[in-house]
Design a protein around this ligand. Structure first.
Ligand SMILES: *Cc1c(COP(=O)(O)O)cnc(C)c1O
Length: 356
């Protein structure tokens, strides 16, 4: 029974993260982490930072903002580091939505957006995708809503072009447009440079997927300084030291080691395209993904069944029981060996399925 004393939060519908099993060793292809470890420079930076954990970290994360600004081609006052990009999505809802300003997002997208709308009692317009599961950018023009779009989208991997993002930002001048670029490093074009032209555009980034730092919890908001000031006011009103000292140090070192991460992202993209081909050869429909996951469906195998059979074989993927996509599974692109194991397991399941 709930013991909430607050009527505001008595009806929460919390986000349900993908499983993080501890009881058995799985090939983990369910939460879009990088299969590759952080770079040695990151490990060393964390070790050094740990030596000063008796002191508070810099609440303005200045050095990290400077490193991020240099990498993203903006000024440091255009960057807010956060405790995973989920945190800045929450700040954005708090700062830019209210009873008169609803949210809009694709109906099939990151599951955290509806959770945040519910948390803050914000009306949410969920916009259907096209039949091929891509986003029609025209659905987001002149909305009078705070718009949230993941680019690439999750769990489909589809992308909008920069000119489409530009039109969305330009047509909603009085509202904030949030472009969630969690997966952009795997093959989409970043909208960061548009933040200099459109003061209503907020781009969010995370180091959880492309930068091997999911457990470190590091994300960024990049926008015009006035938007960043509003978001920083929310940050300072909830958790001023939101990014801990070890994670700040890890982030700075990771920006310096950009070549290592760029190589990993390229490798993941190559593995993705090879795996997509192999799955298509086995009869799967595979959406055109520019992210580090594949969204796949087989005509003879319900999504829930494939999920269960893979799980029995020690491979975890992500199945969503939402009606529109319940035939699909989202498969994180891991290292080559992991994907070979996946293809082998899928082949066995299909053969066995054919015999039954
Ligand atoms: C994973 C993910 C995030 C959140 O990542 P953090 O780990 O909180 O940085 C945000 N948006 C999308 C679309 C994601 O897939």
């Amino acid at each position: 029974m709930s013991v909430f004393r607050s009527s505001r939060f008595a009806r929460l519908e919390p986000y349900v993260p993908g499983e993080q099993p501890r009881e058995r060793k799985y090939i983990k292809l369910n939460t879009n982490e990088s299969p590759y470890p952080p770079s040695p420079a990151v490990l060393e930076a964390v070790r050094v930072a740990a030596g000063a954990l008796n002191l508070y970290c810099d609440p303005t994360a200045l050095k990290l903002r400077e490193a991020a600004a240099a990498a993203y081609g903006v000024e440091p006052e255009c960057v807010l580091p956060v405790n995973g990009s989920d945190e800045i999505l929450n700040f954005a809802v708090m700062a830019f939505c209210d009873g008169r300003i609803p949210m809009a997002c694709p109906e099939i997208s990151y599951g955290f957006y509806p959770v945040l709308a519910n948390l803050h009692g914000i009306r949410l317009r969920q916009v259907p995708l096209r039949a091929d599961l891509t986003i029609d950018y025209r659905d987001y023009l002149s909305q009078n809503c705070t718009v949230f779009i993941a680019n690439p989208n999750a769990p489909t991997g589809s992308v909008l072009t920069l000119s489409e993002i530009r039109e969305i930002a330009a047509s909603n001048p009085r509202n904030v447009v949030v472009v969630d670029e969690a997966y952009v490093d795997f093959g989409a074009e970043s909208a960061i440079r548009l933040t200099k032209e459109y003061s209503n555009l907020l781009v969010t980034r995370t180091f959880s997927k492309s930068h091997s730092l999911a457990g470190g919890r590091l994300g960024f908001g990049i926008a015009d300084p006035a938007l960043i000031d509003d978001l920083t006011a929310i940050k300072d009103s909830t958790n001023p030291y939101n990014v801990n000292a070890m994670t700040q140090a890890a982030g700075i070192a990771a920006f310096k080691d950009n070549g290592y991460y760029a190589d990993n992202c390229r490798r993941v993209a190559e593995t993705r395209d090879r795996t997509a081909k192999a799955l298509k050869a086995l009869g799967f429909t595979v959406t055109d993904s520019k992210a580090n996951f594949l969204f796949v469906r087989h005509p003879n195998l319900p999504g829930g069944a494939l999920y269960e059979r893979l799980r029995e074989k020690g491979i975890l993927v992500r199945h969503f029981s939402k009606p529109a996509i319940e035939d699909f599974n989202r498969i994180t692109v891991g290292a080559d060996g992991q994907m070979e194991a996946l293809i082998g397991a899928v082949r066995e399941i299909l053969t066995q399925n054919g015999r039954e």
